[in-house]
Design a protein around this ligand. Sequence first.
Ligand code: ATP
Ligand code: MG
Ligand code: FE
Length: 341
Amino acid sequence: PLILGLESSCDETAAALVDGDRNILAHRLAGQEAAHAPFGGVVPEIAARAHVEALGPLIEAALADAGKTLADVDAIAATAGPGLIGGVMVGLLMAKGIALSARKPLVAVNHLEGHALSPRLADGGLQFPYLLLLTSGGHCQLLFVEGVGRYRRLATTIDDAAGEAFDKTAKLLGLGFPGGPAVERAALSGDPKAVPLPRPLVGTAEPHFSFAGLKSAVLRARDAGIHKSEDIAASFQQAVVDCLIDRTRRALDSIDGATALVVAGGVAANKAVRGALEALASQYGLPFSAPPLWLCTDNAAMIAWAGLERFRAGANDPLDTPARARWPLDPDAEKARGAGV
Ligand code: ATP
Ligand code: MG
Ligand code: FE
C-alpha cells in the first residue's frame, strides 16, 4: 500500500509518502526553530499556527516529489497524540478532511508508535520482538516490542526525559535551541571526565530513569564558574550515556527472547548514545538497530510507516477519532504506575 503520513505533534510540520516495500517516496519537513528560538523552548500557540500555515503546501510538495496524487494513496495516517494538543488537532483535522474528500481510510497514529516502529522502516531485517530504548524530547522508556500494537513498557522516567535534559543543559550553558545537537557539538571539544556529575538510579534494583538531579548538578557546576562549558557538556553527555546504558542493561537482563537491541527517538541521533548502545548489544550478542539520524527526530515518514503497519493489520479509524494530549503506548503500565512514576 501507499500511505500519506502527517506529523504535527511538536515543532516539526511534516508530510511523507511511504510504501509497503519500505520505500520513502517523498518526505518534506518544516522546522520552526526560528519562531521558537527567542523563547528558548517550544511555544504551543506559535507551533499550532505554524502547522496551519505549513501543512497544506508540504502535502502538495510531497505528492509532487513522489509523482503521485491523492487518488494513488491507499490511506492517510496522521499523528493523533500524544503531543501539544493544538498542533495534533491541526494535523489530524487535515488528515480527516483529506480522508473524507478523497474517500480514503484514516489511520490515527500514536506518535510514540511512530518512533517505536521507525527502526523497521530503516532496517528490513528487524523482526519482533525487540528491546527498544525510546528516548526523545518528552519520553524515556524501555519497551519490549512484541508486534504492531503490542508494547510492554518495562521502564519510564520518573521526572525528565533525556532529550529534555539535553535541552535544559543547552539552555543553562547558553548553547542555543534545540539543545541536543548543540550539546553534542560542544561535547566534542570537552573532557567527559572533567566535571563530576551524578548518575541517578544507576545500579539500583528499580528499572526506571531519572534526569532531574543531573540537570540540577549541571546548574551548580555552571554557577561554580570553574569549568569550561565544553567540559560540562561532555561530562553531562557521558552521564546521560551511563544512565541509559545501565538501565538498558538491566532491562536486557530481565527479559527473554529479544532478537535485537534498538534505539529510536530524537536522542537516538546522538553519536555517543548510539555508540554505547551498539557496544552493549555486542556484549549481549544481539544485533543493534538504529534509524538514520533524520528518522530519529520527528518526521512524517515514521508516521506513514506506523500507519502502514497498522493499515496492513486492518486498522481504519473513524473520522471522529479524538486528538489526544496524552496517549500511553502501554496503558496497563501507565495505570499501574505509582505516584510520579
Ligand atoms: P516526543 O517524541 O517524546 O513526543 P519530541 O517529539 O519533541 O518528543 P523528538 O523530536 O523525538 O522529541 O526528539 C527531540 C529531542 O531529541 C530534543 O529533546 C532534542 O534535544 C533531542 N536530540 C535531538 N538530536 C540530539 C542529539 N544529537 N543529541 C542529543 N539529543 C538530541
Ligand atoms: Mg522538535
Ligand atoms: Fe517525537
